[in-house]
Design a protein around this ligand. Structure first.
Ligand SMILES: [Zn+2]
Length: 1075
């Protein structure tokens, strides 16, 4: 076999080879993303947005008469306001929100506030961000030089085994998001049924309903009261003897408990000395003192009534023999011989090798996945496997069914604040042992009553212990201020360029259509700002006959005129709002203003939202040209091919700084970028990335010239405006003692060590984290991960959504490989590669991706395989690893060549960071189907519709045939290619044309014909579309279409002018592995 040409990054073979073995890497320090710690401790320090000012307490200045401006005639009440000094410093427009409010309202919870300050508030001195620096990691020790999942601890001779950084880093990102219901029912209790009703262990009672509405069923015990024997609560006094973590704010409630000896790891569930047991428990098993034996080992065989989830060692041992693994999973494959490993149905995540009684309680992989479903015992073992350890989360996914619990006591571990979950163990009826830190905790009296069964003394059957995914209604100690109202501020670019695209009509119409569907309640507030070279505010005060426009032309010193009338109650001012939305597109129809003062406008919008927090939706169509945050053209088309000189980093830190200010005041910024020209998304995107917003990108948007983009915007706005939203949210991920989370990926701000600040959370956002094994897990057989998302619902409720995932610990390399989740691995590597592209270079990132495959397969070959076969031997679990990495190399984020525009590449990177895994994989490795012969065989039946399920084909032209029609589903775009000799049946019964020649050049929709073929095809494509939170554009193309090249670009297995074919890639990998 001849050596394959290696057109690696920049066409330099050395880029690949340099890292495979002896030669050191380029030496570029590698850190996974912008390190946020310095910022964390500086910029958003005190208060963290829990501003004690309540919306209702604003001091409203007296209304000031504004001078009407002549010359802006056809809209009532045009007024210009010059920056009068008396507009400055209104009480509610905070200039530096993060500094605000250490004067938080003490929580209703007993403890004084001072016991639990936000961790970051200890560094209340704001240090300025390094100017122009994208990642303020300059003060940190040099980051490791390669992927962080490798650690030098092993002393591995391979150079790309960098030290593990335990420095938590955050790397926000932006993206469209993902989820499956276009209409989000505001009520989480009505969500999807991944939790089967039979999810309780069979030994437990008859199937229990899993939906608990706040209120009735979970209220106090029946009037009869508890059995007399239980009526007294002798435990309670002893509680007070124990240092009780207290919480000072909503954030802090989810935040770390206060411990005397907190250190940098504070807040994680690991690494604490065990608090001494309360006096009453001195005689408990020594389990929780030293050595921390795993819950499973010390699980006492309690009374028969106490057969909680069987976490016993015997159960595990049985499963360790691989009983729960599909036999196929044990196969070893030679990829050079077995090239078609792609399953014809969607790839399923591996099932953790757990006893079925545990596994059936486990969190759905749609919500929570680990790259390794067998967690290595030690970091040394993990290092040897050369696979990344991390989690991929979709924590706020729309769910049809979600247990919601209202209870006065939310049971959490006293030490690490883990929420009680299905994987804790009950020592007896009165005590449970935390599965994260092994602390023994009391079962509160209330917990002894099971509202489902209406039985006493079954704490292990409470819904909290039966559901790995659950939502709690948070009591008042989880809030520092009353839950904020839903506040929506829309910011529209109305420059000439913007008006030209026609987007404003569409957006205003969409808002009119969905105004009543905005998630909210009677407190919902709304406001609008438009801008070009000046900033225009709109007074919508109830009682006005029509909206009043207020123009601020001083963009150097932005102030808010009449702040009290700019964000108004939607119900009270609905007619004015509708009036404004109807007239706004006309107002700027003839504008000649070409400048864009985006930066000052964002500052103004931030000020407006600061007192309450809320969501800012910004529509921008060009490069900002005026005032702060103005940007310059940086893209040079002829440099696109060079992987080195592209501008992936922001050109200014303005947007990041402002985003952090926003984050501090619970404001998230969603950016809709509609632009035909370079708009420096690398800089602009920071505004969403660090404020936990989303980025939408519509390149070349024009309502007439690009109607499919208009359709896409319209559909996506529908979803955006109506989807569920959580406000003033924080998320924390905890894991079993011994494991450590060190890097976060997604759109957020890392507020303290591991507390993610999410001013808004939406159901379409995904997150990823990297982990390491800090302390040996040899004493335990199970580890758990728990994410807790505390948020304010659009109905004004404080809620906590908790997911808990349990995985087995493994002690051999083979077991690690057997349990590898190749999609999760590819997803995590993609996140790491985005960071690497930014901090080092694109070619570095590409090399690292390739090395990830080479290293792990080399490890497998040298350490697991006993016979040295000549081919490319892989464990079954990793059979798609090389393919997925090749797909990543050809993905827009990482591909080389001249055909990716810079903003498109940045947007693709944003999506990698912010998309749930399922969509990331679909955009990376599309699904190809033959659709001219759809049948009902094996079809799905979805609410009276029959959805054909054609097999998924390999991504190679070999799979095409001229007599067929093939659908390429690449996530955001679908291309239906019609072969030259496509059967007449498909042409006339699906496309509605006489013959091939009459297939239109441009076709973006299928006609609805009265034929079964048409019905099937439309049903299939609609079904694919409606499962996504974004709207894939459909192109129907003929073989001669110019778009065929795009279609072929998705053929990951084929060679392109700048990338290897799959087979060539395999040969390259094999060569390196067998060295
Ligand atoms: Zn604990």
């Amino acid at each position: 076999m001849s050596q394959p040409r290696i057109p690696a990054s920049g066409g330099a073979p050395s880029g690949l080879q340099a890292q495979n073995g002896a030669a050191p890497t380029s030496g570029s320090p590698y850190t996974n993303g912008p390190v946020q710690n310095t910022l964390m401790s500086s910029h958003v320090s005190a208060g963290q947005g829990y501003n004690s000012q309540l919306p209702a307490s604003y001091h409203l200045p007296a209304k000031t008469a504004l001078n009407p401006v002549s010359g802006q005639s056809n809209y009532g009440g045009f007024q210009t306001v010059s920056p009068l000094s008396n507009y400055q410093g209104l009480g509610q427009t905070l200039n530096r929100p993060p500094m605000a409010s250490n004067t938080m309202t003490p929580s209703l919870h007993g403890g004084p506030f001072s016991r639990m300050p936000p961790p970051a508030s200890q560094n209340s001195t704001a240090t300025p961000m390094p100017s122009g620096s994208f990642h303020p990691g300059v003060n940190l020790p040099p980051p490791p030089s390669n992927w962080q999942y490798n650690s030098p601890a092993t002393g591995s001779p391979i150079n790309h085994s960098p030290p593990v950084s335990t420095q938590p880093t955050g790397s926000g990102n932006t993206n469209l998001t993902a989820n499956h219901q276009y209409i989000s029912s505001g009520d989480p209790s009505l969500q999807n049924s991944y939790i089967k009703s039979g999810s309780a262990p069979s030994l437990v009672n008859p199937p229990l309903p899993t939906t608990f509405q706040p209120g009735a069923p979970l209220g106090p015990p029946p009037t009869g009261g508890p059995p007399p024997a239980r009526a007294p609560t002798p435990q309670k006094p002893s509680h007070s003897a124990i240092p009780q973590p207290s919480f000072s704010s909503a954030a802090n409630q989810e935040a770390t408990p206060q411990f005397p000896n907190k250190n940098s790891k504070m807040g994680r569930s690991v690494g604490y000395a065990y608090p001494s047991l309360p006096p009453g428990y001195q005689n408990t098993t020594p389990a929780s003192t030293t050595g921390m034996p795993p819950s499973s080992l010390n699980y006492p065989s309690g009374p028969p009534t106490f057969t909680q989830t069987p976490l016993g060692a015997t159960h595990l041992t049985a499963s360790m023999s691989g009983l729960s693994l599909h036999p196929e999973g044990l196969r070893v494959l030679n990829l050079l011989q077995e090239r078609n490993m792609l399953p014809s149905t969607p790839l399923q995540p591996p099932v953790p090798n757990l006893h079925e009684d545990i596994q059936k309680l486990n969190c759905s992989p749609e919500l929570f996945r680990c790259t390794l479903t067998g967690v290595p015992q030690t970091q040394a073992l993990l290092n040897r496997a050369k696979l990344p350890l991390g989690l991929l989360l979709h924590p706020f996914k729309d769910l049809v069914q979600l247990p919601v619990v209202t209870s006065s006591t939310i049971v959490r571990c006293r030490s690490c604040r883990t929420y009680i979950n299905p994987f804790v163990s009950f020592l007896d009826q009165r005590r449970w042992k935390c599965n994260l830190c092994y602390r023994v905790n009391d079962v509160p009296e209330e917990f002894m009553y099971n509202p489902l069964t209406r039985v006493y003394g079954e704490p292990h059957r409470r819904p909290e212990v039966q559901n790995a995914t659950i939502e709690f209604m948070a009591p008042s100690e989880y809030m520092l201020r009353p839950p904020q109202p839903p506040v929506y501020l829309f910011v529209f670019d109305v420059s000439h360029n913007a008006i030209e695209t026609g987007y404003l009509n569409l957006v205003c119409q969409s808002l009119l259509d969905n105004l009543d569907l905005l998630p909210g309640n009677t407190r919902t507030k709304i406001g609008f700002i438009t801008f070009d070279s000046t900033i225009h505010f709109y007074s919508l005060q109830e009682g006005l006959s029509q909206p009043q426009m207020l123009i601020v032309s001083d963009i150097d010193d932005v102030f808010i005129p009449m702040p009290e009338n700019l964000l108004v109650n939607l119900n009270e001012s609905k007619e004015l709002v509708q009036d404004l939305l109807k007239t706004m597109p006309q107002m700027f129809k003839k504008t000649l203003e070409t400048q864009s003062a985006l930066g000052p406008t964002l500052q103004a919008a931030f000020k407006l939202l600061s007192p309450t927090g809320g969501r800012m939706s910004v529509f921008q169509t060009q490069l900002p040209t005026l005032g702060v945050g103005a940007l310059k053209l940086r893209e040079e088309p002829n440099q696109r091919s060079s992987a080195k000189e592209i501008h992936l980093t922001p050109s200014t830190d303005f947007y990041k700084k402002l985003a952090l200010d926003c984050s501090g005041q619970q404001v998230a910024v969603d950016l809709f970028l509609l632009s035909g020209q370079y708009s420096d998304l690398a800089s602009l995107g920071c505004i969403s990335r660090y404020s936990a917003g989303s980025v939408y990108y519509y390149p070349s948007y024009h309502h007439q010239h690009n109607p499919v983009q208009a359709q896409k915007l319209q559909k996506e706005l529908q979803r955006y405006l109506t989807r569920k939203i959580g406000f003033e949210a924080v998320m924390r991920i905890r894991c079993t003692k011994g494991l450590s989370i060190h890097t976060f990926h997604g759109n957020f701000f890392v507020r303290s060590t591991d507390l993610l600040s999410l001013p808004n959370v939406n159901p379409d956002a995904g997150y990823a984290v990297q982990m390491s094994v800090e302390e040996s897990l040899t004493d335990t057989q199970l580890v758990s991960f728990q994410s807790a998302l505390l948020y304010t619902s659009s109905k004004g409720e404080r809620r906590i959504r908790v997911h808990t995932l349990c995985l087995p610990v493994v002690s051999t390399l083979n077991e690690i490989f057997l349990g590898a989740d190749v999609q999760a691995i590819a997803g995590l590597l993609a996140n790491m590669a985005v960071d690497r592209s930014v901090t080092a270079s694109l070619s570095d990132a590409r090399d690292a991706l390739v090395n990830a495959v080479i290293d792990s397969l080399s490890a497998y070959r040298s350490s697991v395989l006993s016979n040295q076969h000549p081919g490319l031997m892989v464990p079954f679990s990793l059979r798609l690893f090389p393919l997925f990495v090749l797909a990543l190399l050809k993905q827009k984020s990482f591909q080389t060549g001249t055909n990716v525009r810079l903003d498109e590449r940045i947007f693709a990177m944003c999506q990698v960071k912010n998309q749930p895994l399922i969509y990331l994989m679909l955009t990376t490795h599309p699904s190809l189907y033959r659709v001219d012969n759809l049948s009902d065989e094996g079809a799905l039946s979805v609410s009276d519709r029959t959805i054909p399920q054609p097999p998924i084909l390999q991504l190679s032209v070999e799979k095409l045939s001229r007599d067929g029609a093939f659908l390429m589903d690449a996530g955001f775009v679908m291309i239906l290619w019609v072969g030259k000799n496509c059967g007449q049946n498909f042409l006339s019964h699906v496309l509605g044309v006489q013959n091939y020649a009459s297939v239109p050049q441009t076709m973006t929709d299928l006609p609805e014909l009265n034929t079964p073929e048409s019905a099937r095809t439309i049903a299939f494509i609609s079904w694919l579309r409606e499962q996504r939170p974004f709207f894939p554009i459909l192109y129907i193309i003929r073989d001669e279409s110019p778009m065929k090249a795009t279609f072929l670009q998705y053929m990951v297995e084929d060679r392109t002018e700048s990338a290897l074919s799959y087979y060539e890639f395999l040969l390259h990998i094999q060569q390196q592995v067998n060295k």
